[in-house]
Design a protein around this ligand. Sequence first.
Ligand SMILES: *Cc1c(COP(=O)(O)O)cnc(C)c1O
Length: 496
Amino acid sequence: MLYQSTRGGGAKVTASNAIAQGLAGDGGLFVPESFPVIPLDQIIELSKKPYKERAAYTIGLFLDDFSREEIGAYTDLAYGAPGFDHPSIAPLYELDAKTHFLELWHGPTCAFKDMALQMLPHLLVASLKKTREYREVCILVATSGDTGKAALEGFRDVPGTKVHVFYPRDGVSEVQKIQMVSQEGGNVNVTAVEGNFDDTQAGVKAIFSDEALRGQLSESGFLLSSANSINWGRLVPQIAYYISAYCDLISGGGATPGENVDFCVPTGNFGNILAAYYAKKIGLPIGRLICASNRNDVLAQFITTGKYDTNRPFFTTVSPSMDILVSSNLERLLFEISRKDGRVVSDLMSELSGSGRYEVSAQARAEIGKVFSGARCSEEETMVTIREVFDTYGYLIDTHTAVAYKALCDHRAASGEDNTTVVVSTASPFKFCESVIGSLGRPSTYGGAELIEELQELTGASAPAPLRSLKGRLPRFVESVPVDGMKDAVMRFLEK
Ligand SMILES: *Cc1c(COP(=O)(O)O)cnc(C)c1O
C-alpha cells in the first residue's frame, strides 16, 4: 500500500518512507492511497484477543512494508508491562447501558498521547533504517503539556534518538510541569520558554525551517524530526483503540456484532477523531462521530457551517490540550471528502494561510454532516459536568473528557438520538488537579504534587502510580529561555 500527499504533489511512497519523512514534500500530509478492509468476522475474532494483538492486526493492515514479526515485537514493547497500569490497556467503563467511556490514560504519562507515543519511536527508528537514514534523529517538541511528557517517555533511552521538549513556562498544569522537569533518561532535555504555547510552537517551527542550522546539525550527524500528530506513525496506532473498544462492547454485551456505535471525541488537533473516521472507513460499525470542542470551538463551528475561521480570539481554558485554532489533521479529512482531489485541498490550505479562513463546497459540507456532528462546551459547563458526573455516578473525569460528555448530552437532547455511544476519555483527572478540585467546589490550598493527594482525599479515587510517585521528586531540568534563545538551547543539548 502506498501513501500520497493530501495536496496532490510528489511521488507515492511506502509506509516507512511516509513515517521517516513526516511531512510530504509539497507541504501536505501523507494519507493511504486506498483503505484496507476489516471484515466483521475478523473483529469478532479479535474480540477474544488481548489489546496487543488487536493493535498489531490493525497496524499491520496499514504498514505493509513491515513484517508481522516486526510489528508484533513493537506492540509487545509498547503495550506490555510495566508501561500500562491496566491489563486491558484501553478499558471501557460503563456509565449506563448506552454510555461507555474509553479510558485511554492508563499509560506511563496518564494521557491518551501514550497510546501512540509508546509505539511511534519503534516505528520511526525502524522506518529510518528501512530508508537508509543513518544520522541520529533529534525529536523537537513544542507542547501544551501532554505530548511533551508522552514523547519524553516514549523516546527515553531509545538508541539513535534524542528528544528535546519545549513548554510554555506559564502554560501547563502543575502536574504536567513536574512530570516533565523530573523526566529520567540519558537522551532527553526539557526547556521552559518565556511565552505562551503559540510562541513556543512558532519557535520550534523556526528551528525546523532554518536551513543553515539543519545543515550544520547534519554535518554533526543529526537529523531533526517531530513527534506531533501529522506523522502517519502517530495516527495509525490510534485506529487500533477504536477497534478494541468495539471488540470490548461486543464481548461485554454492550453491542451486538455489526450494530452501529457512535463515538464522541474531545478534539484539538483532530488526530484522535480522525483515527475514528479511518476506523469507520475500514469497516468498523460506527454510526456518528461527535466532535466536541471547548470554548475555542473552530471545529464544532466548521462541522455545523462548513466555514473554518481562525480570525477570532484565542482562549486559554481548563482543557488546555484542546486550545488550538489551526487543527492540522483536518486536512486529511478534507482530502477524503473532496474525493481525493489534492488541488481542492491545496487551494483551501492557501486560503487558510492567506486569510485565516476557508469555506468548503455545499457538497463537501453535506458529506461531513453524514458522519460528523459538532458540539461545544463552555468553561462553566465543563466544571459543572465534572461535579455532576461525580455526584451522580461516583465517576471522576478530567476536564477534556467532561467537554466530550457534555457535548454528547447536548447532542442527544438536540437530535433525539440515544445510540450506544463511547465517550473517549483522554486524560486522568489527576493531571488537571487544580481544575478538577475547583469544579468539586473547593478552591485548592496546595500546589505541586500535593494537589494529587488533595484530590485523592476529596474523592476517594486513587491517582495512577506514575503521578503518585511525583511527590518529592526533584526537578532535573530548570533551564528557561526567551523564544529567541530556543535555537541555542538545542545546540547546547546536541553538542553535549
Ligand atoms: C491531545 C489531547 C486532546 C486532543 O486530541 P487531538 O488528537 O489533538 O484532537 C484531547 N484531550 C487530551 C487530554 C489531550 O492530551
